[in-house]
Design a protein around this ligand. Structure first.
Ligand code: BGC
Length: 374
């Protein structure tokens, strides 16, 4: 993989906005990847929240607002289930993983008929965080999202310390650093932005502090954040806790050590692997993770490093300006690549989350379309 772009950065940023807004459903749902066999027809809370944050930062406010409307619709649709989960947890008889909220929904807010690695908590924190950021960025009234935010806060407070699948839909036995970070960011942001108020806001604030304490006490090793409680490894998703989520101060010693470790252990030529033992499609490098690492560097003032990572992510676009989920070359486990190609077909392209992260990092660096295409 060279870093010679097939398409100029300015044109790619325009294309990214267009890919996301044109593929968004009329009710606000974002398909993760429109034609990829295993993702077709579903919208993830995690992907969607970061996609909305990306387009919000790029000026597509209406698209992001529509996504949060969709989240609110979905949460309302499953409110009875949330009430049951919260009551069972309060009674000391938590419901089994299969009855917890899923990672993804069909566009109409249904559960879908396909099996999935569904119990993942992070997206419920991430949508609250992204909605708060969006409202603050564009001066948007959060009133339409308050009922859903209250249900989501109650859900997270009832269940945040449970093991669940991670960002990569693996290791359901673990309590994951990135999941804790997303939950903490969401609880804190919901209270800060008035998505919840009164006594619930107090509980959200206190809950966020508890989650951060758990993260810092139990999900670190050798001064850096780790993949899950008990691990010594990093995961590419941990960069997000530094920025954009801001759970860890960007110039703190732990942020510095986490960036260094991710760069040393997972980055190669600007591309970032998910984790060392990754075998999915042979374990390639993910442009969206380069952008998260770039955001973490930018937040600490290292714009040179951030720009290097942005340029690598941009270089992964194909001739049509489509960004993939991951690229091959420099695979961690090449012997597994064919198995995934046979199972699910070529790597998901376009992946809307990749496009969104490019927009988000470009906005952070002040890389405007006019500047780069001039
Ligand atoms: C990734 C998830 C992502 C999903 C949809 C999976 O392969 O591991 O993080 O949410 O694809 O993009």
């Amino acid at each position: 993989m060279t870093t010679t772009p097939r398409i100029a950065l300015g044109a790619l940023l325009d294309r990214s906005r267009e890919v996301i807004t044109s593929l968004q459903e009329p009710n606000g749902a974002y398909p993760a990847s429109p034609s990829f066999s295993a993702y077709r027809g579903y919208c993830w809370f995690r992907d969607g929240a970061f996609i909305a944050d990306g387009v919000s930062s790029a000026g597509e406010a209406d698209s992001a607002t529509a996504f949060f409307d969709w989240c609110a619709m979905v949460i309302a649709k499953h409110s009875t289930r949330i009430d049951d989960i919260v009551s069972a947890a309060a009674a000391g008889t938590p419901l089994p993983d299969e009855q917890m909220l899923p990672a993804r929904f069909t566009f109409d807010g249904g559960l879908g008929a396909d099996d999935w690695w569904d119990f993942q908590l992070d997206g419920y924190g991430t949508w609250l965080w992204a909605a708060a950021e969006h409202a603050e960025r564009h001066g948007i009234d959060v009133a339409p999202w308050r009922d859903a935010a209250a249900l989501t806060v109650d859900y997270l407070l009832s269940s945040w310390d449970r093991p669940c699948f991670d960002w990569w839909e693996e290791h359901s036995e673990g309590v994951h650093g990135s999941t804790l970070g997303c939950v903490a960011a969401g609880l804190a942001a919901a209270a800060r932005a008035g998505l919840v108020d009164g006594e619930r806001a107090e509980r959200a604030r206190h809950g966020a502090e508890q989650v951060v304490a758990r993260l810092l006490n139990d999900a670190t090793s050798d001064g850096h954040l780790v993949k899950w409680v008990g691990s010594v490894e990093v995961d590419g998703s941990l960069s997000a806790l530094i920025a954009p989520l801001g759970v860890i101060g960007a110039t703190s010693a732990i942020a510095e050590a986490t960036r260094r470790r991710v760069s040393e252990h997972l980055e190669s030529g600007g591309g970032v692997h998910r984790f060392r033992a990754d075998t999915f499609y042979g374990g390639g490098r993910w442009p969206l993770l380069s952008c998260f690492l770039g955001l973490a560097y930018a937040a600490a003032g290292d714009v040179t490093e951030a720009r290097r990572l942005l340029d690598w992510a941009a270089s992964t676009a194909d001739d049509e300006g489509m960004l993939p989920e991951q690229v091959d070359g420099d695979l961690s486990a090449p012997e597994y690549q064919q198995e995934w190609l046979d199972r699910w077909g070529p790597v998901a392209t376009p992946l809307l989350w990749s496009h969104a992260m490019l927009l988000r990092l470009a906005a952070e660096l002040g890389v405007e379309q006019a500047e780069v295409s001039a």
